[in-house]
Design a protein around this ligand. Structure first.
Ligand SMILES: [Zn+2]
Length: 307
């Protein structure tokens, strides 16, 4: 009996010391909570050691311009919906009614929005998952979509292109972005893990950029950035960041992990490219030089007109 008890005691101690297989970010790791940090995520999920993982550092001079990467068509992104926001212990997440879809943008089919969540640093410090030429932004939003004909994420994840994620960077601005008020004020009510609160009606369009600011983006094939790290994601990372004030960015740091510590640094470090090509849309530069040309022609015509 004594032997059995000591075996059980040893076993429980063992599971305590190895973290029992729960995954975490480095900001959560302590001697008392030895969870699996990103370098060990593959212990729980072999896919996390895959060859085509996300996020990545995008080296702009190595990207390849692809004329097929046309502007997106956003359907029902203006649609106002009622939803709730939840602290899931790793991020804050808004579930989206499956009404809004994206197509175009070099995608081969349409995808519907399922949920959005964010990754951030400490009080507006570096916190994005993707980086551009080594630069890390204060925060990054992921709007997760799945192919429109699927009804659940589990099925979509079995398809190597089943998921399309739109990634948006943030930048610090001097004035508050009032369109974010519903999200920011809801954070106060979901500080604790599993906290859940309803949000005032909002649309996806109010949380992203204007359509003309979304024509410039990067595209590559990758994975989910949290375990299981499934390699089924067509990634779109928009070049232009969304502005938020310092106070708005800092509000995210007040949310807590399940141990009550500040939820900060909930981003995965960049992963090796392993030979993947990153593409970039070409329309913005082309459009702007074309409109410049038009403007010059119009001006020349205007100047030559007799008064
Ligand atoms: Zn994410």
């Amino acid at each position: 009996m004594k032997l059995i008890l000591s075996v059980i005691w040893l076993a429980s101690l063992w599971s305590l010391c190895t973290g029992g297989g729960d995954w975490c970010y480095p900001s959560q790791f302590t001697c008392n909570h030895q969870c699996n940090v990103p370098e060990k995520w593959d212990h729980a999920n072999r896919d996390c050691a895959g060859k085509y993982q996300s996020p990545i550092n995008i080296v702009t001079r190595k990207t390849l311009k692809d004329d097929l990467l046309t502007p997106f068509e956003f359907k029902n992104y203006q649609q106002i919906f009622r939803s709730s926001i939840k602290n899931n212990g790793h991020s804050v997440q808004v579930n989206i009614p499956h009404l809004s879809t994206i197509s175009g943008g070099g995608l081969f089919t349409s995808y519907k929005a399922v949920q959005l969540h964010l990754h951030w640093g400490n009080n507006g410090g570096p916190g994005s998952e993707h980086t551009i030429d080594g630069e890390q932004f204060p925060m990054e939003m992921h709007i997760v979509h799945m192919k429109s004909h699927y009804s659940d994420l589990t099925t979509a994840l079995r398809d190597p292109e089943g998921i399309a994620v739109l990634g948006f960077f943030y930048e610090r601005s001097n004035s508050a972005n009032r369109k974010y008020d519903p999200v920011i004020s809801a954070l106060r009510s979901i500080k604790a893990t599993n906290g859940n609160t309803s949000m005032p009606p909002l649309s996806l369009a109010q949380l992203i950029l204007s359509e003309r600011n979304m024509t410039s983006y990067y595209r590559y094939k990758g994975s989910l950035t949290t375990p299981g790290c499934t390699e089924s994601v067509v990634w779109t990372v928009f070049e232009k960041p969304i502005p938020l004030s310092q106070d708005q960015l800092s509000a995210f740091s007040e949310v807590q992990f399940n141990d009550g510590k500040h939820m900060i640094g909930n981003f995965r470090p960049v992963q090796p490219l392993n030979g993947r090509q990153v593409f970039r849309s070409g329309s913005t530069v082309m459009m702007s030089s074309f409109s410049l040309l038009l403007a010059m022609v119009a001006m020349a015509m205007g100047l030559s007109k007799p008064n």
